[in-house]
Ligand binder design. Structure first.
Ligand SMILES: Nc1ncnc2c1ncn2[C@@H]1O[C@H](COP(=O)(O)OP(=O)(O)OP(=O)(O)O)[C@@H](O)[C@H]1O
Ligand SMILES: [Mg+2]
Length: 257
């Protein structure tokens, strides 16, 4: 087992951001954490990384509690954050060299890995430009490469697709598939449900910090009684947003006249 979240609750003052949440992500698995805006995905991810402490419940990453040894946990995880965590004034090349120094990656290995990702993600021309000057998608490519460089067994990716162009999304999907083929584990959050449907072996849907359902897309379909529906239909139904979409459309249409 790679990631185990057991009955975790996290409050920010009065607000319960995550409530009694449990799930597991195993070796060889691509696991999707889906939920509307503000439902607790990023909070959950940050607790797994040891960036936030849970108020109750427990988390283990390959047997280590991130609240006790965040350093050990981070060494095993490649993390793409929701908001950029790279230094804006550094270039991707400087950033990758810094990561290599911290993670003990030799020069030859580093160049090999950089070359592989730079070629596959068309990132050669961004290597020597300050990150602050890069376009949204190109900055995201630098974030992704930075997360992959130390070949971590676990990838935790919070909205990793934001800004990526069609080709990069295709390549990114391949990177994830190869990662789990090699025995790694992936957990990611996304609002792009077509990608989740295509990639995830299992999905956990949360709403207002609570687990609504966990399972394969087929199992979720069964749970929501929307046979033949897309994951988007299933998601809207399980999070009880399907009727509010109808209402939103009605309001918008009424506002035209
Ligand atoms: N540092 C914080 N202080 C206070 N409240 C916070 C903090 N971080 C998150 N929250 C609140 O916790 C709830 C869950 O937020 P979180 O960022 O985990 O949601 P999310 O599912 O990642 O949403 P999104 O899809 O928009 O990224 C929200 O109500 C948010 O406003
Ligand atoms: Mg988030």
């Amino acid at each position: 087992m790679k990631i185990k979240v057991s009955n975790v609750t996290k409050r920010y003052g009065e607000l319960v951001a995550v409530s009694d949440l449990s799930f597991e992500v195993g070796k060889g698995e691509i696991f999707g954490l889906l939920g509307p805006n503000g439902s607790g995905k990023t909070t959950t991810v940050k607790m797994i990384l040891g960036l936030h402490d849970a108020d109750s419940g427990s988390i283990s990453v390959d047997g280590t509690d991130p609240a006790e040894d965040a350093r050990q946990v981070k060494a095993r995880i490649g993390y793409v954050a929701e908001d950029s965590i790279l230094y804006a004034s550094m270039t991707p090349r400087d950033t990758f060299e810094l990561i290599a120094a911290v993670r003990g990656i030799g020069e030859e290995q580093l160049n090999e890995r950089i070359n592989q990702y730079v070629v596959s993600l068309d990132a050669r021309e961004i290597m020597d430009k300050p990150i602050s000057t890069l376009s949204r998608g190109n900055r995201q490519k630098a974030e992704i490469i930075a997360a992959l460089l130390h070949k971590p067994p676990i990838l935790i990716l919070d909205e990793p697709l934001s800004g990526l162009d069609a080709k990069s999304v295709r390549v990114f999907k391949e990177i994830l598939a190869l990662h789990v083929e090699d025995g790694g584990a992936v957990m990611f959050s996304t609002h792009i449900l077509e990608v989740a449907e295509e990639l995830c072996h299992r999905i956990c849907i949360i709403n207002a910090g609570r687990e609504i359902a966990t399972g394969t897309v087929d199992e979720l379909r069964e749970r929501s009684a929307s046979a033949g529906g897309s994951l988007e239909d299933v998601f809207l139904k399980l999070t009880e947003q399907d009727t509010s979409v109808d209402e939103a459309v009605r309001v918008l249409r009424a506002g035209r006249s």
